[in-house]
Design a protein around this ligand. Structure first.
Ligand SMILES: NC(=O)c1ccc[n+]([C@@H]2O[C@H](COP(=O)([O-])OP(=O)(O)OC[C@H]3O[C@@H](n4cnc5c(N)ncnc54)[C@H](OP(=O)(O)O)[C@@H]3O)[C@@H](O)[C@H]2O)c1
Length: 298
């Protein structure tokens, strides 16, 4: 299956690339960075697909700067909604399957139980609103052959993410304040990539005219950001003191949902996935990170 992966310089894009190289299947994958395929330029997007053919598109590109999006709605909407709509139209016309990545931030965070795929989405911020508009565009254009995977709190060995931020901060500070009243589930990007590969290889996905679906994928369990930081510090064996603070004491431009824990039952059951507990995957990623930093030092 000739597959296009957009957002090749992002966490998920890099993690997919790493995985397909490891599995020696990279020949059937094309990875595009912003320079090669710019989702802010609808005309060039259209032209790109006139000269390139694929069986599957995995869209990992997104406007992910949640606070910046509040001041830059036009661009966030272009990348997260209008470009996604354009890709869905192209996929529909050319009979290409489409896997699109979305977010837990489509929810308002007020539910006390894990969110199900069918629960009402009601985003609190521009990022969430533009991602939801992208989801809705995919579903309205592609009745069949599209999958939307909502994920949460993504971290990896690559790029800016919470793990990377805490690792940098503990190098220079003895004490950190981290919010404890926002709850969710960390997702190790490599675990999500493995799930995507399992989906792509499944009989269900490869059957003809599969009705388009939304799925939730995160690691197992849940925590707040303070718990997440505590676990990172524990694995590091650092003496850094961690204080728990409230969201109101750490104001951000964009409002964040209080709790976005998602049920992963649907994706696990339909594709036979065994999902790792978040603390196990965190340990694995941090082990990889220390290997990376040791080899970089040499
Ligand atoms: N990170 C999270 O915590 C999180 C949580 C929930 C859902 N998600 C979703 O998961 C998916 C992958 O996220 P990620 O963590 O891998 O994000 P990321 O590391 O920020 O990567 C996003 C990529 O999109 C690219 N991009 C942005 N604007 C573009 C444009 N106009 N044209 C082409 N490429 C563009 C970026 O390119 P540059 O490298 O050139 O900037 C970047 O490489 C996204 O759909 C995101 O919404 C992420």
């Amino acid at each position: 299956m000739r597959t296009l992966v957009t957002g090749a310089n992002g966490q998920l894009g890099k993690s997919i690339k790493n995985l397909v190289i490891q599995q020696q299947i990279s020949d059937s994958f094309v990875f595009t960075t912003r320079d090669q395929l710019n989702l802010s330029d609808l005309q060039s997007l259209k032209s790109y697909f006139e000269t390139h053919t694929f069986d599957l598109i995995i869209n990992c590109a997104a406007y992910t700067a949640v606070d910046r999006a509040e001041l830059d709605e036009k661009e966030a909407n272009m990348v997260n909604h209008l470009a996604v709509k354009q890709i869905a139209e192209i996929a529909q016309n050319k009979n290409i399957k489409f896997i699109h990545i979305s977010t837990d931030f489509v929810f308002d965070g007020l539910k006390s139980q894990p969110y199900l795929e069918g629960d009402t989405a009601d985003p609190l911020n521009i990022y969430g609103k533009t991602k939801l508009a992208g989801e809705n565009a995919v579903l309205s254009i592609m009745q069949f052959n599209a999958i939307i995977i909502r994920t949460s709190w993504v971290y990896s060995e690559y790029g800016n993410n919470f793990v990377d931020t805490i690792l940098k901060l503990v190098k220079h500070r003895n004490e950190l304040n981290v919010v404890s009243d926002q709850i969710g589930t960390p997702t190790y990007a490599s675990d999500l990539c493995l799930a995507i590969l399992t989906i792509i290889r499944s009989e269900k996905f490869n059957g003809n005219e599969q009705e388009s679906q939304i799925y939730h994928y995160s690691n197992k369990g849940f925590c707040n950001w303070h718990d997440f930081a505590k676990e990172i510090i524990k694995i590091l064996d650092s003496n850094c003191i961690l204080n728990s603070i409230k969201t109101k004491d750490y104001p951000t431009t964009a409002q964040r949902p209080r709790s976005t824990v998602m049920s992963t039952d649907k994706i696990s059951q339909e594709f036979g996935l065994k999902i790792n507990f978040w603390k196990d995957s965190l340990k694995f990623c941090m082990k990889n990170l220390s290997v990376i930093s040791i080899s970089n030092d040499n």
